[in-house]
Design a protein around this ligand. Sequence first.
Ligand SMILES: Cc1c2[nH]c(c1CCC(=O)O)Cc1[nH]c(c(CCC(=O)O)c1C)Cc1[nH]c(c(CCC(=O)O)c1C)Cc1[nH]c(c(C)c1CCC(=O)O)C2
Length: 370
Amino acid sequence: MSGTQSVDRESFPVLKNDLMLRAARGEAVERPPCWIMRQAGRYLPEYHEAKAGRDFFETCRDAEVAAEITIQPVRRYRGLLDAAIIFSDILVIPQAMGMKVELIEGKGPHFPEPLRTPEDVEKVLNYKVDVLKELDWAFKAITLTRMQLQGEVPLFGFCGGPWTLLVYMSEGGGSRLFRFAKQWINEYPELSHKLLQKITDVAIEFLAQQVVAGAQILQVFESWGGELSSADFDEFSLPYLKQIAEKVPKRLLELGITENVPMTVFAKGSWYALDKLCSSGYQTVSLDWSWDPEEAVKINNNRVTLQGNLDPGAIYGTNEIITKKTEKMIKGFGGGKKNYIVNFGHGTHPFMDTEKIRFFLEECHRIGSA
Ligand SMILES: Cc1c2[nH]c(c1CCC(=O)O)Cc1[nH]c(c(CCC(=O)O)c1C)Cc1[nH]c(c(CCC(=O)O)c1C)Cc1[nH]c(c(C)c1CCC(=O)O)C2
């Protein structure tokens, strides 16, 4: 994969709030930085206004609209959020690999032609992926967003974890039984590894090019990690996650980028792998809400910054409950002055009350600054 983007990185606005980057790099901070997975999206009325009933992927591909939607939560919660995350989706990698992906309103992602036979996989393996060309729109949206953020907060780039993408590519959408993905790894483990490697190669180039385009911090979403047994996670997820952490910085050097770009891994449900994830080369490990913060802190033993992990469902509670749970979380992670980033344990829901989320963020600032 070659070619270059024409981005004038010298023209990027100076970052005024680098709290997120400092915390992710393990430096001591004055309070824990805050952001929320899926902080842009359907719970915000201004999202629906900007999207104007258009197709989801069309919205992602329109740089102006993607930048607007990315910045909406930062604007609404001015001073309370310490990062933005580019409005896009993990399923743009399968699209770049030649697969059709649609988002069906009210149903979620849908692949009309999922990978069901070895011939289907061979076709994807033989497809030459030109990341710069296929995902050109994503880089343009990142560059525009970075400019429009005016240095207020850093911008996250992201991608899906290889196993999670294999799940979507084989199941053709969300799943309860993971029948096809499990069939792949158990009936055709070798071919599955080849596919995982190909996804990993694309993910590495995609993440590195997102940094060239303007992303300042990266997250890998292995959202279906918890569907694997511990042994299968070690075979079909962890090695690829590690490769991404190892190879992105190398690729960045090749691309002439010497800045230290922190990387986060979020393997939802993979509680058994926390110890290994803390030594997998990522600076930050994001936790779902199944973790007791104090136990996670013990296992981590100051190797990485931990991120998380409020049950998003707490937002449906009273202010008193939100305060109580937020306090327990921040104190459990050691108070938040080192090795901690505030987040939910998974994304926002479309039904959430924007003012409850504001209250949560204000409480994080109050408790985290104490
Ligand atoms: C698994 C996964 C996907 N996409 C993503 C993940 C990993 C995180 C996770 O585990 O939730 C990641 C993602 N998806 C989206 C973002 C944008 C940035 C942000 O977090 O604010 C990010 C980081 C926007 C989106 N991606 C999607 C929407 C909803 C689009 C809409 O209907 O308007 C948004 C805002 C669509 C999507 N995309 C995906 C699903 C399952 C869905 C349907 C979700 C649903 O219906 O709740 C795949």
